[in-house]
Design a protein around this ligand. Sequence first.
Ligand SMILES: Nc1ncnc2c1ncn2[C@@H]1O[C@H](COP(=O)(O)OP(=O)(O)OP(=O)(O)O)[C@@H](O)[C@H]1O
Length: 471
Amino acid sequence: MLHWRHSCSMGEDPAFIVDDLQNQIGFENEFGSKFKGCKTTTTIGDKTYVIGGGNDESTLPVEVRIFDKATGNWVTPIVLGSKPNSCKGLSAISLNDDRILIVKKGSAPDDCILFLELDTWFVREQKKIRGTEVVAWSKGVRGDAEKPVVISGPSGVGKGTLISMLMKEFPSMFGFSVSHTTRAPRGMEEDGVHYHFTEQSIMEKEIKDGKFVEYASVHGNLYGTSIEAVEVVTDAGKVNISVPPFLGQSILLCYKQLWIPIVVAINHIKSLFSKKKDLNLIKILASANSKCFSKKLIDYILLFHLGLQRCILDIDVQGARSVRASSLEAILIFICPPSMEELETRLRSRRTETEEQILKRLQNAEVEMEQGKSSGIFDHILYNDNLDDCYEGLKKLLGIDGAAAATQISVPQGIDLPSDHSVSKMDNKIIINYGTPELEKASKSLIVLDVSSLKGGAPGRTRGLDVYAID
Ligand SMILES: Nc1ncnc2c1ncn2[C@@H]1O[C@H](COP(=O)(O)OP(=O)(O)OP(=O)(O)O)[C@@H](O)[C@H]1O
């Protein structure tokens, strides 16, 4: 028996309980045949969205069906975006009628909040293309992750050189997305490491589904960057950290003028930060005054826990245009040569292209320069005349030109979503109440999700979610 309440905004009619609605409109048989485990219902206009997941005992995939009151029909929509992992139950509440916020039970803290988009720009576009009912999932992410960075510009301008300099100085801060390709793997190439090797028909469908920020056909094979691949890099700092050998060293923290030496072992650090009770320590680490014997150590710890890895993309102007049109909120930087003559000199002195290729690249460069400077695709233009000056300019744009970067870190909090809870909405705040149902105690334990600053969305992540607990 479920007792998760789905309430309307404060001041509106009282909340209803899922079971009541099922009985009211006689969904029981339909649910029984299509869904196992828990299901929630959210009604917006004529449509009732039935979202099913697991229950206390079992873990099941999250499914979506729609009951259209106007026609009296059930619709199984095309479901786009990054599909949620199975869960042990869920709770749902509508936000502004264009998306439903889902809180998953029994999920990792970074995987418990999802958005089912019903009428966002992406979903509307997909409905137009397909002429059928479409919904899209988007994973909710707390705080503002670092935006992906696109470095674009004509061939030979120095994009690769600048990115290599960044990677060398900040090895843990940036990551590349893994591209997709339909060509066969060569030699030691590994699937998911060098490329996501895929089939033509699958990739074509995924392009149609809006899952790629950019793609191109080269010599009969498709190549492309998926939104998921970019998002995964941003998430990756939390899980895919390679622990450096010096992690067992001491670190020295400065917190409120007090220097605290801490000696930590590798495994201890890993377990330490996976526990909620040690969040204070993370807070200390994240504080602007953190200092350590090895600066790298702090970099790695912060990345490990705060997911600061930032995706950097080196793409041509056409690809940059696609990124601008996508839901990825990237920073787009155009690198401009001091002159076409200098660009030609650089291309020739690199000695990596044939004469024919050089001429083709120079021809393309004319168009790219025009688009780069005037099309409104790019947020910033950097002139790569003196390499060191340009690099300094790039670091400044990315906010990593001084010690200031660490001060911008916001510390996430874990959510241990209890099995018995109710969800309600008040303005831009979603309140998860897991106190006892009696009114006098109901305010005891609350988790508040502030959704006033949401950004991004399907087919990528929805970022900007603020979460805090009130005891
Ligand atoms: N500011 C600079 N002054 C002089 N040479 C430079 C400068 N920046 C880069 N170079 C040189 O120009 C050549 C081209 O640079 P790079 O390979 O980084 O260009 P790119 O934009 O990545 O090209 P592509 O798109 O073809 O990969 C390299 O030999 C590099 O060392």
